[in-house]
Design a protein around this ligand. Sequence first.
Ligand code: FAD
Length: 306
Amino acid sequence: MSQFRFSRRPDIGDKIRVSFEFFPPKTDEMEARLWETVKRLEPLRPNFVSVTYGAGGSTRERTARTVARILGETSLSPAAHLTCIDASREEADNVIRQFASLGITRFVALRGDPAAGAGTRYQPHPDGYANGAEMVGALKRHGDFDISVSAYPEKHPESPDFATDIDMLKRKVDNGATRAITQFFFDNDIYERYVERVRRAGIYIPIVPGILPVHNIAQVASFSGRAGAHVPAWLRERFEGLESDPQTHALVASAVAAEQVLDLVERGVGDFHFYTMNRSDLAFAVCHMIGIRSHKPEASPNSAAA
Ligand code: FAD
C-alpha cells in the first residue's frame, strides 16, 4: 500500500487510451514547435491526434496541411476538426470532400464560434448546416468516418438548460457520432454528474474528458467563461504568485493535471483527450504518471488511419 492517494497500479497504462489536440501553426517558428511536440508525443501511441479548425474556417488550408503531414510523416492517426459556421452546405461539403481526398477518415464535427470569437452572437449561414448535429449528418453522408463531437459538462453557454444541451448531443449521436470529447473542466464531480445525466438520456457513446494542462493560468481564466467552463478558486490559488516564475508554474500545472487524471482513473475513466496547446511537456508528464510509456515509433510512415 502506497503512502500516496494515487499510487500507479502497474497495469493501468495498458488500459488507458489518450488522444492529443493541436492547432495549425501560423508561422515557421510555431510550425517547428508543433513538430517537436508531435515527435515527442508520437511514441506514446495515442489513439488519435486532432487538429483544430479556426473560427469561420480561417485555418482551412493550414488544418488540411497539418493533418496531411501527420498522416504522411508519422505513425499517428489524425482527426481533422471541421466547423459549419459561415459556410453554405455546398462549401461545407466541398471541405469534407477535400479532407477525405487527403485520406482523412477521422473528424471532429463542430458548429464553431463566430469569426468575432466565442461568446459573440451566432447566426447560422442561411444555406448552411446549423449545428454540430447537422455537421455529423453531412460527414456521414460522405463516408463511414470516425466522428467525434463536443460535449459540455457545465453546459454550453448558449444552451438555456442541460436538457437542451444534452438533446443536441443526442442528435449528434443519432446522426452517427462515435464519441464525445468534453470541453475542459477542473472539477471531476461536475464531469461525473454530467455523464450520469447523459446516460439517463440514453446516450451510450464514450464521453472522453478533455484535459487542459494549465500552461498559463491568466489565459485560462480569461477564456474559460466564454468556453463554458469555470476556473475554481482553489485552482487560481494554486498558481498565485507564479506569474513570473514559469518553471514552478509548469511543475504545479503538471501536478494539478496529474491529480485530476489520476482521480478520473480511480473513478473508472479510461480515455483522455489532452488540449496540448502545441506543447508536449505537461501532457507527456501526465501520461507518464498514468503509466503510458514511450514505444519506438513505427518504421514505416502512416498511409491510412486505423
Ligand atoms: P453544437 O454542438 O452545435 O452546440 C453546442 C450547444 O449549444 C448545444 O448543446 C446547443 O444546445 C447549444 N446551441 C447551439 N446552437 C444554439 C442556438 N442557436 N441557440 C441556442 N443554443 C444553441 N471551435 C472551433 O472554432 N474550432 C475547433 O476546432 C473547435 N474544436 C473544439 C473541440 C472540442 C472538443 C470542443 C468541446 C469545442 C471545440 N470548439 C472549436 C469550440 C466550439 O466551436 C464552440 O464551443 C461553439 O460555440 C459550439 O460548437 P459545437 O459544435 O459544440 O456546437
